[in-house]
Design a protein around this ligand. Structure first.
Ligand code: 1PR
Length: 587
């Protein structure tokens, strides 16, 4: 786990020198830290002319275009700051304060930085101890190297290797959700965090060591203690996402952008100690017969009123409701574009607009699903599923969710045993990371008398079927439950995990909209079968249903729609109940 494992052709003996290798992303092209070298003294050997911006309310953003930084842009603007984008290495050197929201995978990020000459400028900027905030991958890239598809060499400013979480320790990987920090240094940008949860989403992390101890400002425990933030002088980086961590996260950004602001009014002090169970609000969105985009909600996926007009049930406006759920304490908001399987989502501009507007005021993660697949439009123009997903990310999604197309991909994979790398799931998770890809499963219960009668995994059900059947398998469907497929939820879940899904959104058509509780048999079956997080969905009708699903299954999150839309149970009441019952949630 040290630099010596790599071959390097460092050109100079100075710790601030560059080594440059012409090779692929897997190669080691750039290494600053040397195990036995003196600590960095922030004095660059190069002379760059630095012109600071005159305006204190401007921040420079290093966005190399590999993912969604719209939420960060929105958060910065929300705090009253303007953004200057980096186009050249000189823009980095001219910055007065620089934010680097690393997105995507380590190797392509390093490639871009190296190829554009930005790696060198970034190191110079940091070595000059100028205001810097790295976020997520923006923290990891500061280290010597990463094991992500590697080893791949990093900027080498901080000793240490970034490694993958070890799922054999009984933890789910990716680490997705709200976790607690252990503060190691009294630093101003973390002043308001107290015992609050902050939002993480990552599969790789940097580990504390004697060599990097002086950099660490906080750690987080997930399987092991990993580095949650670093600080030295004016240089900061955080593994969590302040732009997605609600008010607590916004205060971290505010304190970085405006260090003179001093102590603000303390935010509500939580009692965070570990990864919290998440409560997610889901908005099923579609166009009604008048052409308006509305939030709707079905009973067992039937979203039409049973009246003479047979109209689409209208439960409100998507942007307004998303904003409301954010204020009410939702840990995430999901939009499901429920008719996108038959329409082309990039033609559905209102949906993209919804996402753009919602992300301006919602500072918790946003997931969007519906219609992610390859598509040919009326003019014969072909759009790949990756293009569709990219447009969703650009419009403000933090995660995308794939339904029907994941079923076809899993069927194909199980038939051939070959990962082609061509399915939407594989392509999107390769580019954006598997933590950004959710697979939404829409299964329907099929009772059987004898488990041997079917080739799919069955469970012994708590409530026998209509003819006394004691077993059931869960048949996957596509096109919003309209078509059953020859694959079970268990088989699908295991296949999509292998194909690169980072999380599973587990619906149940039988329970949807019924308010009688989650399908515990199904959720237990799936959450025990995979090591990625599972979101339990469908059937919540009372606060007790959330406690039940977290007590009796290994679900990481619980999602509900109807009870929140109809204002029967506020999100806060769910959380208070869970907390009272000893289940940790973000308050
Ligand atoms: O197949 O990739 O285009 O994705 C389509 C997406 O739209 C899928 O995620 C699918 O679940 C969703 N979808 C399609 N049709 C419907 C429908 O309702 N007619 N909504 C639909 C599914 C299910 C849940 C719901 C929970 C909680 N909605 O997300 O919100 O069941 O409801 P509850 O708390 O009221 O019980 P693709």
């Amino acid at each position: 786990m040290e630099a010596a494992t790599f071959t390097s052709t460092t050109a100079s003996s100075s710790t601030t020198s560059f080594s440059s290798f012409s090779s692929t992303s897997q190669s080691l092209r750039f290494l600053r830290y040397k195990p036995n070298a003196k600590p960095l003294n922030y004095k660059s050997s190069r002379t760059f002319s630095v012109r600071a911006s005159a305006d204190d309310s401007v921040v420079t953003l290093l966005d190399y275009g590999a993912g969604n930084v719209r939420s960060l842009r929105n958060a910065i603007k929300y705090l009253g700051f303007d953004i200057i984008d980096v186009h050249t290495p000189e823009d980095i050197l001219k910055a007065k304060q620089l934010i680097f929201p690393g997105v995507g995978a380590f190797a392509p990020a390093m490639d871009v930085l190296n190829n554009k000459g930005m790696a060198e400028a970034l190191c110079t900027y940091i070595e000059q101890d100028r205001p810097f905030l790295g976020i997520c991958l923006g923290l990891q890239l500061l280290f010597e190297s990463s094991e992500e598809n590697g080893p791949v060499k990093g900027l080498g400013l901080i000793p240490g290797v970034v490694g993958r979480f070890d799922s054999s320790k009984g933890i789910r990987v990716p680490h997705i959700g709200w976790n607690a920090l252990e503060i190691a240094k009294d630093i101003q940008i973390l002043d308001d965090i107290g015992k609050s949860h902050v939002y993480f989403v990552h599969s790789y992390r940097a580990m504390p060591s004697d060599q990097n101890r002086e950099w660490i400002s906080s750690t987080c425990n997930y399987g092991d203690n990993f580095i949650a933030s670093i600080q030295r002088g004016n240089v900061h980086a955080v593994q969590f996402h302040p732009e997605k961590s609600g008010d607590v996260g916004l205060s971290v950004l505010r304190r970085f952008l405006n260090p003179k602001s001093g102590k603000t009014q303390k935010l509500v002090q939580g009692n965070a100690s570990k990864l919290a169970k998440r409560v997610i609000a889901c908005l099923d969105v579609r166009t009604n017969d008048k052409g308006d985009l509305v939030v709707t909600k079905g009973d067992q996926y039937d979203v039409r009123e049973h009246t003479k007009e047979n109209e689409v049930r209208n439960l409100g406006k998507p942007v307004d409701l998303a904003g409301q759920y954010y204020k009410d304490g939702a840990d995430e908001v999901s939009f499901l574009n429920i008719t996108a399987f038959r329409d082309f989502p990039l033609g559905d501009l209102p949906m993209l607009q919804v996402l753009r507007y919602a992300s301006e005021n919602v500072f918790v993660p946003l997931t969007v699903g519906g219609g992610i697949r390859d598509f040919k439009d009326g003019n014969g123009r072909y759009y790949s599923s990756l293009e569709v997903a990219s447009e969703y990310f650009r419009s403000g999604a933090d995660k995308i969710s794939i339904g029907s197309d994941a079923v076809y991909a899993a069927e194909e994979y199980l038939k051939s045993g070959v990962k082609t790398g061509k399915s939407s799931l594989e392509q999107i998770s390769r580019v954006y990371g598997n933590q950004a890809v959710v697979v939404s499963i829409d299964p329907r219960r099929v009772y059987v008398k004898d488990p041997k009668a079917v080739e799919f995994k069955t469970v012994k059900v708590r409530n026998p079927g209509p003819n006394g059947e004691e077993y059931a398998w869960y048949q996957c469907t596509v096109s919003g439950g309209r078509e059953g497929r020859p694959i079970g939820a268990y088989e699908l879940a295991k296949a999509v995990e292998e194909l690169g899904a980072g999380e599973i959104l587990l619906n149940c058509i039988d329970c949807d909209g019924q308010g009688k509780g989650f399908d515990i048999d199904l959720i237990k079956l799936i959450s025990d079968a995979v090591s990625i997080p599972v979101i339990a969905s469908s059937g919540a009708g009372a606060v007790e249903h959330f406690t039940e699903v977290f007590r009796e299954t290994n679900a990481s999150a619980a999602l509900a729609a109807g009870i929140f839309h109809r204002k029967e149970v506020p999100i806060q009441a769910v959380k208070e109940h869970l907390s009272k019952e000893g289940i940790e949630v973000r308050m």
